[in-house]
Design a binder for this molecule. Structure first.
Ligand code: KG4
Ligand code: ZN
Length: 345
């Protein structure tokens, strides 16, 4: 297989449709050629993703997005070596669109079909190389804090796909906490980027919120969500304009609390495992405060840190394509009977 890797140029088309982004990417071996993402503004009206609307939008977007990804990669469809797609976890209706399309396209082109786990793909995004091969790639074993809208996990990665979850949230995810807090403050969905932007002008120490006391490496965010809700409810009774007057300070204080919880557990995981190669992944890894906190942890604790480029932090198909590439090298293919799954078994 190693020889194959050097002799052949493998082109993998990745398809991601697990939530509200329709994305397609082409990778040539481990070097990215194109990564097209169509977001869905329709959900903003509802302050969160509406699954039925997401599936319909995927249905509309999928052909133009794939067509653009293949054209931008400057290849013909018949040069593709395999099709990789997100099998789960995610919204079932959304996953069905990408899965059905991937199956049909692989069958039509008579090439292998490769299923990819969305959460593993977020981690695998760290192996995407740029054209000059100058970006740093983590060395095994490394730790990854995967923080997205639906998940918060600390994972030990010993080899490609040899991943062990050593800590996870027992209730809500970090991204969900950003989104919920933003919704209470009247900010648009998704809330993470909105809070991130406002936090830059705010005082992170102005307000304090309940921090969970959870043993081991697990996380909990439901208490923090409730603490934010009750705090704002009480302040609004005294001053109905409390939120409008304090949005930047509220955003900075909430963001800092979430980041402190994440970094504290990551530190514990690094100490317990003795691993100093530390990565972050998932939508919340786009957060500028978390990126800064990780950079300062690198200096304080002697970590080597890996932060994905913004376009590979939030949902994207480049991460599906790179995971597909490594599965292709192993000959790890799916058959036409494969069906998507909404949550991990
Ligand atoms: O990985 P992702 O795109 O989708 C899932 O797999 O869930 O993550 C989406 C989550 C949302 O909760 C969103 O608010 C959060 O990532 N997010 C951020 C930022 N950008 C996206 N959270 C904090 N700061 C950001 N800059
Ligand atoms: Zn994701």
């Amino acid at each position: 297989m190693v020889l194959l890797r050097f002799l052949m140029k493998i082109y993998i088309l990745g398809i991601e449709s697990s939530c509200d982004d329709t994305s397609a990417a082409v990778i040539s071996n481990d070097v990215i050629c194109s990564n097209i993402i169509a977001g869905q503004e329709v959900h903003q009206l509802f302050g969160g993703v509406v699954p039925e609307l997401a599936s319909r939008a995927h249905q509309q977007n999928i052909i133009p997005v794939i067509d653009t990804a293949v054209k931008k990669a400057n290849i013909q469809k018949n040069q593709l070596s395999a099709i990789a797609f997100t099998r789960g976890p995610g919204l079932l209706g959304s996953l069905l669109v990408g899965t059905s399309f991937a199956k049909a396209m692989a069958l039509g082109l008579n090439i292998p079909l490769i299923e990819v786990n969305h959460l593993q793909a977020h981690i695998m995004a760290h192996f995407i190389r740029n054209e000059t091969h100058t970006n740093p790639i983590p060395e095994f074993p490394f730790l990854c804090l995967t923080v997205s809208g639906g998940h918060t996990q600390i994972v030990v990665i010993r080899e490609n796909f040899e991943m062990q979850i050593i800590g996870k949230t027992i209730d809500d995810a970090a991204g969900e906490t950003f989104d919920k807090a933003a919704k209470i403050m009247g900010l648009p969905y998704p809330g993470g980027p909105a809070i991130d932007g406002l936090a830059k002008q705010g005082d992170p120490l102005r307000f304090s919120f309940a921090r969970p006391v959870i043993p081991g490496l697990d996380f909990s965010f439901s208490g923090l969500k409730t603490s934010i809700l009750y705090f704002l409810r009480d302040r609004l009774k005294e001053d109905p304009e409390f939120i409008e007057k304090n949005r930047p300070d509220l955003s900075a204080s909430i963001q800092t609390t979430i980041i402190d919880i994440l970094i504290q557990k990551l530190r514990k995981a690094a100490d317990q495992t003795g691993i100093r190669e530390i990565a972050i992944a998932g939508g919340v890894s786009a957060n500028s405060g978390l990126r800064q906190a990780l950079a300062s942890a690198r200096d304080r604790f002697g970590w080597k840190i890996y932060i994905p480029p913004l376009e590979y932090s939030t949902d994207n198909a480049a991460m599906i394509a790179i995971a597909g590439y490594f599965k292709f090298l192993k000959g790890d293919f799916s058959n036409q009977k494969v069906t998507p799954f909404a949550s991990e078994k």
